[in-house]
Design a protein around this ligand. Structure first.
Ligand code: EPU
Length: 293
């Protein structure tokens, strides 16, 4: 009998993860599950524990490099409509973890609520953005968060106030939980002004970043206020390639998958970049992307 027979939601076996990663790289997941709601999620956690199966959470798959060997795990995505709802209360928006940031920005703009504009163009979900404290323009999502609703791996739901969450540059103390939703504290503003700011941020991204081929955004963290892209560029690495993995000629912290890059191609190119930057500039780069190996 299938262990998942009582689980409500979408359940797939041997799912190719390539199609869930913006890099378009990755082998199969033993299970790929989207629980219908929090009850189904709770049951899934209990079953995973009972059958001793590791769980990995995926959001929009935009900041991740997945091994071509795939993962022997349950990949969990909060992609059902239940986890994509948004509620407004005065100047606050509560958004489900699976909602794309772009949708959240649209809802905020339509309500004339400002504060999230700087996130425009980040291709992530609310949950993913919080887990890694996504940001741009020297601002991080943590700055606009009021509280976060999470479930621990025992199925217990709790609400964490911002002060109880350790947010740092591209990291948060939320990794030990499953993020269910988050409440953002925003300010009333003219819709047109919000729309104009969003446009401005999107245009800067279009002009400076490279989405001509599948990619995972910035590969390395910016070390100590420096731009990793600028450092990689200084080392003359634009255009460097390993197999189909290619350092963008537009933004050196972007690696493009120009066809059929393997996870190994990307890892090799990352090692080469790291070594060159270390040798030439004596700076150690740390990956910003998550690596599932
Ligand atoms: N630069 C170069 N060469 C390059 C790339 C950049 O000289 O190849 C220079 C630029 O000319 C600029 C400076 O480096 O003077 C900074 O570049 P940019 O404005 O593109 O910002 P960044 O520091 O490279 C950071 C974030 C981005 C975010 C942008 C915009 C990190 C690792 N990167 O990039 O986030 O979109 O600021 O705010 O924190 C991501 O998280 O995936 C990401 C792309």
């Amino acid at each position: 009998m299938n262990w998942w027979k009582d689980l409500k939601g979408k359940i797939k076996t041997r799912e190719p993860l390539k199609k869930h990663s913006t890099f378009k790289i990755g082998g199969r997941a033993e299970f790929f599950i989207e629980p219908k709601d929090t009850d189904a999620l709770k049951l899934l956690l209990a079953l995973a524990k009972r059958y001793n199966m590791p769980l990995l959470i995926i959001g929009a798959g935009s900041n991740i490099l997945i091994s071509d060997k795939g993962v022997k795990a349950i990949v969990l995505r909060l992609g059902s409509p239940f986890f994509k709802e948004v509620f407004r209360k005065r100047n606050y928006l509560e958004a489900g973890s699976g909602l794309m940031l772009g949708r959240l920005l649209l809802v905020a703009k339509n309500h004339g609520l400002s504060g999230l504009e700087f996130l425009a163009g980040i291709p992530g979900t609310v949950g993913g953005a919080l887990a890694m404290n996504a940001g741009a323009w020297r601002k991080n999502i943590a700055e606009v968060v009021e509280k976060v609703k999470v479930m621990d791996y025992n199925g217990k739901t709790k609400i964490l106030a911002k002060k109880d969450i350790k947010f740092t540059y591209r990291s948060s103390g939320l990794a030990k939980y499953i993020i269910l939703s988050a409440t953002f504290k925003l300010e009333k503003k003219d819709k047109k002004e919000i729309a104009d700011d969003i446009k401005k941020y999107l245009a800067y991204r279009r002009n400076t970043q490279d989405t001509s081929f599948p990619n995972a955004g910035c590969i390395f963290k910016n070390p100590g206020g420096e731009s990793a892209g600028r450092l990689i560029d200084l080392c003359g690495l634009k255009g460097k390639k390993t197999g189909d993995a290619f350092v963008s000629t537009r933004h050196a912290n972007f690696i493009l998958n120009r066809g059929n890059a393997s996870s190994g191609d990307v890892l090799k190119l990352m090692s080469l970049i790291k070594k060159r930057v270390k040798d030439k500039l004596k700076i150690t780069l740390e990956p910003e992307i998550k690596i599932w190996s």
